[in-house]
Design a protein around this ligand. Structure first.
Ligand SMILES: C[S@@+](CC[C@H](N)C(=O)[O-])C[C@H]1O[C@@H](n2cnc3c(N)ncnc32)[C@H](O)[C@@H]1O
Length: 396
């Protein structure tokens, strides 16, 4: 089936130029930050509500494109398609068959279906997904299009008290996959979580940032994109680029406008270091490959030997933000040695980093009191673990 003139008209009338409902999925507790980023997009949006795991908002299709391109803290963006009640499979199939899939998906595409169900009469995720798949297959057959299962498009189905919400994923790969870092590391952070931590800690590109246990360099790379004004989605593609409403010229225009905002920095103010020489080489290569060397310097070294970077000629070193993601307990040493490590780290900060803002990830609540400067603790999830982020300023 080709995109007929009639379908084209329907897409223009019902999708392009309309205010649509979207949902930003975020790491738990990061939704407020994401809502602030959405409000700062160069495209009007209206935030309807902020939940623990995401943000409901409205806007035009181009706002969804901008959000995927520019928002640093989100995990993915969904387009809301339909909401209806279904207490049995017959109702589910009928309602799913009534969605105008041709407005949203390339001809014949039967998306993967991810289901979450709570407090509902329909609860068997796999059976629900199968019925949705069959309803979409029947829809395409009726349109004389050849149905084909395409995991590159994903439908999210949420059932709550028998109320079904159907949403189409616009992002594709998880948004933490920036397409920038091709090297791995020891327990690397997800990029959107690293960006959220930088935001919570008050990162300001006008002041130095130290990532002295950088591993794969997630903090340093995120900060570099931020400091240079590079949108985090610049290096990747998105699921919405295959939608029938997608207009490549409009997307090119959005990307060119974003490119015009890029900055060349007079000198780097992001310092990444690690004990592991190999990790430093890999990060330095990534920095060079993406021309981020005006933002980031990478050095091999021990955090316990580190001193603040020098200030401008004749001035004392300026203060800034130090982000620390030490190795996790499992890899360090069991029991007391872990606590001793965090206490030593606190003493080092108190001795050499007076006036610096600190963001420190601790893998265990019993380590929260180890720092000799006042901190506030924020619960986070990283790699399936509950961890805490300690934020504080090293006092005199
Ligand atoms: C959990 S990983 C950091 C992951 C990193 N945030 C990322 O996203 O890839 C911890 C890192 O701390 C480094 N490390 C451990 N002790 C160190 C020390 N005394 N000085 C510098 N780096 C150290 C390890 O080599 C490891 O790369």
């Amino acid at each position: 089936m080709s995109l007929t003139g009639n379908l084209e008209k329907q897409i223009r009338r019902h999708i392009i130029g309309q205010s649509l409902d979207f949902y930003a999925v975020t790491p738990p507790g990061m939704a407020s930050q994401c809502a602030r980023e959405l409000a700062a997009l160069p495209e009007p949006i209206e935030v309807e509500g902020v939940e623990t795991g995401g943000v409901n908002f409205h806007g035009r299709l181009t706002a969804l494109y901008q959000a995927n391109l520019r928002v640093r803290t989100a995990s993915r963006f969904l387009l809301r398609l339909a909401r209806f009640k279904a207490t049995n499979f017959r109702q589910l199939t009928k309602q799913c068959g009534a969605v105008p899939w041709a407005w949203h998906l390339p001809p014949g595409v039967v998306p993967a279906c991810k289901v979450t169900a709570r407090q509902s009469r329909l609860y068997h995720s796999q059976a629900i997904a199968e019925h949705v798949g069959k309803a979409i297959t029947a829809y395409w057959r009726a349109q004389e299009a050849l149905p084909m299962e395409t995991p590159a498009q994903t439908l999210y189905l949420r059932l709550d008290h028998d109320l079904v919400t159907l949403s189409l994923d616009s992002s594709g790969d998880h948004l933490y996959r920036r397409g920038l870092k091709t090297h791995g590391g020891q327990a690397p952070l997800r990029e959107n979580l690293a960006a959220a931590i930088l935001g919570l800690a008050g990162y300001d590109p006008a002041h130095p940032l130290l990532d002295p246990m950088c591993g794969a360099g997630t903090f340093a790379l995120e900060a570099a994109l931020w400091a240079k004004g590079i949108p985090p989605g610049s290096y990747r593609s998105f699921a919405f680029m295959h939608w029938p409403c997608f207009r490549p010229k409009q997307w090119q225009y959005i990307k060119i406008k974003a490119n015009n905002e890029l900055k060349r920095l007079p000198k780097p103010s992001i310092y990444a270091a690690d004990l592991d020489e190999e990790a430093c080489h890999r990060l330095a290569a990534c920095v060079a490959r993406h021309q981020l060397d005006d933002a980031v310097v990478v050095r091999q070294g021990d955090f316990f030997d580190l001193t603040p970077p020098p200030g401008e000629a004749g001035h004392p070193p300026s203060t800034g933000l130090i982000v620390l993601n030490p190795p996790y307990g499992l890899r360090l040493a069991p029991g007391d040695r872990l606590e001793a490590f965090y206490r030593r780290l606190g003493r080092k900060l108190a001795a050499d980093f007076i006036g610096w803002q600190v963001a420190l990830i601790v893998p265990n609540p019993r380590l929260i009191g180890t720092q000799p400067y006042p901190t506030r603790s924020i619960p986070l999830r990283h790699g399936g673990l509950a961890v805490s982020l300690l934020i504080g300023r090293v006092g005199h």
